[in-house]
Design a protein around this ligand. Sequence first.
Ligand code: NDP
Length: 304
Amino acid sequence: MTDVLVIGSGPAGYTAAIYAARAGRSVKIITGPQQGGQLMITSFIENYPGFEDPVSGPVLMDQMSRQVQKMGAETVCDVIESVDFSRKPFVCTGESGTVYESKTVIVATGANAKWLGVPGEEKYRGSGVSACATCDGFFFRKKKVTVIGGGNTAVEEAIYLTNFAEKVTLIHRRDTLRAEKVMQKRLTGNPKIEIMWNTRVVEIIGNDSKVTELLLEDTINHDRMKKPTDGVFVAIGHQPAVSVFADQLKIDNDGYIVTTGTHTSVSGVFAAGDVRNPDYRQAIVSAGQGCMAAMDADRFLSAY
Ligand code: NDP
């Protein structure tokens, strides 16, 4: 049995493990399906403090993983398949069949970007296809880029990308945006942004090394056309990874774990990072929340 079981190995999970181990607690971190989390598909990070030059996502996560090990936390490559938070200690079972018992649990399973699922999307991921303008926008200086989606994220990303790109096209499948009115006003008032309504992406086309154009379809008359582009930002929402916790923790209408600070609806279970927070989705924010969750778990353990 451990004092702290951390589920998830992105910046939130690793930071939680570092802080909890450093507080003298016994800690196990269960990596989940993709050790290192979303940053493993981010080419360069220029906004994580402490790195003068851009650091690649996998390098940053490798550093965090080594730091976790150095602190004495045990890293286990497993995926938690079921949890029982009604018992104390809490019981979590991995797909390996291993049963993990812990006095506290920190849920840091993150969220995954939703993808369109069209041909070319996976092939050019990291070579023109991205789901994070804040991470990759800088690489499209003076280029033509396209944002897909009609929610707050898509609108925010389109506006953000005008800081770099020469032209931004927002492609939305309907004729009204889901984004808040104030965001819509900013979008339509920006001379660098054009909006294509009632349009869906059929295929992302490239020259084998990078994206060059999109095959689009009008959703009303089904006419097809090709549109040149240097980059495609897919912003059709994120899916918090909560399925395992759905019947154990309070989840809000958008699918995120409900928290007060980092406390979930079950005393002794904490949540940090994208699994509880749709508004920021930044590595540094997740790391900060991981730290908070570990400190809260430590306080909880002091009274255990
Ligand atoms: P949303 O679910 O709000 O919007 C997703 C958008 O993508 C919708 O316009 C939807 O179209 C479109 N879409 C979904 N699936 C597809 C598909 N397969 N093909 C094409 N288009 C698709 O997600 P967001 O990430 O924008 O926002 C998530 C939450 O986070 C929201 O609550 C939002 O308000 C919040 N948020 C808040 C911010 C802020 O306050 N600053 C910033 C960013 C997010 P359709 O409209 O037709 O369904």
